[in-house]
Design a binder for this molecule. Sequence first.
Ligand SMILES: [Mn+2]
Length: 391
Amino acid sequence: MYKLLSHNDLDGVGCGILAKLAFGQDVTVRYNSISSLNREIEYFLEKDSPETFLFITDLSPNEENEHKLQQFYEKTGNVQLIDHHKTAQHFDEYQWGYVLVEDDIGRLTSATSLFFEYLVNNNYLTKSTAITEFVELVRQYDTWEWEKNENHKAHSLNSLFYLVSIDEFEETMLERLQTSDRFDFDEFEKRLLNMEEDKIERYIRRKRREIVQAKVGNYFAGVVYAESYHSELGNELGKEHPHLDYIAILNMGGKRISFRTIHNHIDVSEIAGHFGGGGHQKASGCNLVEEAYKLYVLDTFHFDAIQEDAKRNRHNLKESTFGAMYKSRSNDLFFVYPKDEKWIIEHNKVILKEVFESYLEAEIFLKRTFEARLVRDEEFVEYLMKEVRKS
Ligand SMILES: [Mn+2]
């Protein structure tokens, strides 16, 4: 017999689906949140038969269970952990641990892709086109590579995952992978997924108007409250506000924080690690512990939302050599323009002493220091007319 303890997200459930394809009735699968895994491991070690082979995928046990599992391995040899989280790398030193963040050709891995490889290499599972396609969609979603590749099918697979229950998803996928030559959605799913895409878009649009800016430690964070679509939100808000180092998404009901960054210079697994959580460089999470609650909730609750930059301008444009006009909440006026191959900022007609190599650098400074926003064309033109009239 086999038992699989896996994560309750798409990548974790992808592992469960592969296990059922490989072992059929001989495997019991339990999906866990990060916090419920340790309970399950303890239950397994106490109650399950030592003959049962245990797989743990996409999650990592705490220190206590790490030692217990080592003892179990010494006695029985019946455990294998497979993971791709940066914060789980030390498990790779165990004979029963296999942790790989990036494969030998530099591609980011996922638990499903690693488990697939493991099952095929050990002759538990035969490769098919449909399974290979499914595994690749899960990998691209989990590593966010789908966006760069514009592989919307990967994103849709995750949306579908959240539209139905885990049981239903599992059942549908198992059947499809066993009977189809290629992996695809049916007509009904395609219609549902279109509606879901629209819904996500509207949700994100609303959240754009709620995000606040906060300096937490050495970094600038965008703080927003949301229960769903954390990855989509983190990505969109991150791109919208490149002056923020990362986005902290608070799920108050679940008492959890997700951290997302679009930048390479930030490692959000370190930030989550500080509060006892973990994850990847660009995506991580932790429980809303006391200190995190104070920093992200208590200290920021009274802040006003970030004012968005004007979107449909034709005149007041970023990187314009003529100058782009910004305004802060207290109605201070700013112009950003090039001078001697650098960019400078004028604050209420006084030139600031700071000089910037690029427009983006100037804008980052402006937004971090003054929370200024790019004004709409109307305001820009009106201001210029007034200036002309004055002179
Ligand atoms: Mn994963």
